[in-house]
Design a protein around this ligand. Structure first.
Ligand code: TPP
Ligand code: SF4
Ligand code: MG
Length: 351
């Protein structure tokens, strides 16, 4: 229950990262979600990723909309900045915050209803602008918080808990993000922590718009036979294209794969993504191939997961706008106002 505070004390022998923090230091309040909800596993993966990345919690800003998924930022990174916005409006608030202070690490946490239904326009513009963020969609195919109506990501032909058939076509946020120009695009499953944690670490270290669509079953309203977002369905139809190893720039690199089996992508901060190809040679640098792969496998009812596309040289909104390196919220009046002589010179040019 929300009124129960977590105990602050923890065992002195818990492992610590280089900053001296334990995983407990990256937790938040006790979750009020249903036991078994996929969203709680995503929160746990985020805690693990931020602990392993040795991120100082005060450098993170978590933003969300409305929904069970959008409640989750309360359950991780309790010492970070947080903003729970209006339903579907997280991307514009995140964009504004990012423009004002480029120095923070932005986590956008949303649901399929929040992003693909009411917030679709906002989602699209944040992706096409290349806002530097990790945008996580906790995708269960329903509006969990309002008791299980189909969302816009529900597959055509899937059935509700009470047997109603969904006849609308699904919106695939991954395909949309690829088409709109996002530079790090992945899909994962809340039940696959081994895949999700490195995907999150890669996304957080990526500069540009990073989307991770995480299939996250709703045990209360969408975990039955006939649902394509249930634990059983996703386990049976999961088609991973690669396995990701994330190595921060400061760590010595270890060779885990034989040459020819892996692709390496160096990100702007020097961190390395090492992708072990599964099955036929999948190239995560080919946007069109990614779209093609998703459509081809989707037609067979398969859910393609893994790092589907990455362009580490794409840059972000600040690079496109050529803003100064100093966060805009730290500029003083003297930086912002060039003085009356400069203004007179500009005005003279316009005469
Ligand atoms: C403007 C507005 N419209 C509708 C609602 C009602 N509402 C609250 S949450 C929600 C859907 C949440 O679904 P999703 O984003 O998929 O999150 P989930 O609960 O499934 O994690 C809706 C329609 C609202 N709060 N505000
Ligand atoms: S209603 Fe569904 S989405 Fe919401 S907490 Fe329960 S299981 Fe999770
Ligand atoms: Mg949902």
């Amino acid at each position: 229950m929300t009124y129960l505070a977590k105990p602050i004390l923890h065992h002195p022998t818990l492992p610590k990262n280089a900053l001296g923090y334990t995983r407990r230091d990256y937790e938040g309040k006790i979750s009020t979600l249903c036991a078994g909800c996929g969203h709680d596993s995503i929160s746990a993966a985020l805690i693990q990723a931020c602990w392993e990345l040795e991120i100082e919690p005060h450098r993170v800003a978590k933003l969300s909309g409305i929904g069970c998924s959008s409640k989750t930022p309360d359950y991780f990174l309790g010492n970070s900045h947080g903003f729970n916005t209006v339903h579907g409006r997280m991307p514009s608030v995140l964009t504004g915050a990012n423009l004002a202070n480029r120095d923070l690490i932005y986590l956008g946490v949303s649901g399929d209803g929040d992003s693909a239904s009411i917030g679709l326009g906002q989602f699209a513009h944040a992706m096409r602008r290349g806002v530097n963020m990790t945008y996580i969609v906790e995708n269960n195919g329903v509006y969990g918080l309002t008791k299980g109506q189909f969302s816009a990501t529900a597959d055509s032909g899937s059935k509700s808990k009470k047997g109603a058939l969904n006849t609308d076509s699904a919106i695939d946020l991954v395909s949309l993000a690829l088409q709109l120009g996002a530079s790090y695009v992945a899909r994962s499953f809340s039940g696959d922590k081994d895949q999700l944690v490195p995907l999150l670490k890669g996304a957080i270290s990526h500069r540009g718009a990073a989307l991770i669509d995480v299939i996250s079953p709703c045990v209360a309203f969408n975990n039955h036979a006939g649902s394509t977002k249930s634990y059983d369905h996703v386990r049976e139809h999961n088609e991973a294209v690669n396995r990701l190893d994330f190595m921060p720039a400061r760590r010595a690199l270890s060779a885990r794969y034989a040459p020819g089996e892996a692709i390496e992508v160096t990100q702007h901060d020097g961190s390395l993504l090492r992708l072990c190809k599964l099955g036929d040679g999948y190239d995560p640098g080919d946007r069109l191939a990614a779209m093609n792969r998703i459509a081809r496998h989707g037609a067979r009812g398969e859910i393609v997961t893994g790092l589907l596309y990455v362009d580490s040289a794409a840059g972000d909104l600040h690079a496109h706008l050529k803003t100064v390196d100093t966060p805009l919220n730290r500029l003083a009046e003297a930086d912002l106002c060039p003085g009356s002589a400069a203004l007179a010179a500009i005005n003279a040019e316009l005469v």
